[in-house]
Design a protein around this ligand. Structure first.
Ligand code: HPA
Length: 233
């Protein structure tokens, strides 16, 4: 038990899939896990542990933004001995070359967040996922024939920003798009010697202004779930 998680240590698997939304965590658990058991509901940050093709997996929500994912991923890595966290989230993209529902595997997270600095004085503006996890995800995508875009994402602290230059982020910093959690997740994995990765489904295109409808989102997120689950077997 920690200040934010009521689960018993043995009720959390070594590998955690982490969507932002608690209801998505519930849906994933009910759809894909055998014998899912609710192991956390503090603040409605739902976590379920069950098995997928015999492998024990926990699906737990992160909430939105770096402070939230920072708390949960830190506690899971540090106090629950979790080894792997794969964030499965959504993102907005900065290019019309990417379409709604495309899958992105993050290979670098660029940020102006103070999360890493405030956590341990780290001044890096770019943090990286686990090469081992990313290789597994890339190989799984090939095996199950899912097209995967791989690149840098901008990890922002602000959803409604009037001060972020999309062109600069795309052209100068090579960011394909924006989400709000990977930088803090990668930082925690780094300082605690653990593995993190981040798979994203494009839910918004900030150039064409398209965004995903609720039903379409559901199907697209199904593909991301299958990719994540098959990658950790
Ligand atoms: N901004 C930040 N995070 C996001 C977005 C966005 O436009 N879309 C999905 N996650």
């Amino acid at each position: 038990m920690t200040p934010h998680i009521e689960a018993k240590k043995e009720d959390i698997a070594k590998t955690v899939l982490m969507p932002g939304d608690p209801l998505r965590a519930k849906k994933i658990a009910e759809t894909y896990l055998e014998n899912p058991k609710l192991v956390n509901s503090v603040r409605n940050i739902l976590a379920y542990t069950g098995t997928y093709k015999g492998k024990e997996i926990t699906v737990m929500a992160s909430g939105m933004g770096m402070p939230s994912v920072g708390i949960y991923s830190y506690e899971l890595f540090k106090f629950y001995d979790v080894e792997n966290i794969i964030r499965i989230g959504s993102c907005g993209v900065y290019t019309d070359k990417l379409n709604l529902y495309d899958l992105i595997l993050v290979d670098a997270s660029y940020s102006r967040s103070s999360y890493a600095y405030n956590q341990n004085g780290c001044t890096d503006d770019t943090l990286y996922p686990s090469v081992v996890l990313n290789d597994k995800i890339i190989n799984t995508a090939k095996r199950i024939e899912f097209n995967l875009n791989i690149g840098t994402i901008y990890s922002s602290d602000v959803f409604y920003s009037d001060n972020e230059d999309i062109n600069e982020l795309y052209q100068k910093y090579n960011c394909l798009g924006v989400e709000m959690e990977s930088f803090a997740l990668f930082h925690n994995a780094k300082v605690l010697g653990k593995n993190a990765a981040c798979i994203l489904t494009v839910s918004d295109n900030l150039i064409t202004k398209e965004n995903a409808s609720f039903l379409e989102r559901q199907n697209a997120f199904d593909r991301m779930m299958i990719l994540a689950l098959e990658s950790v077997l």
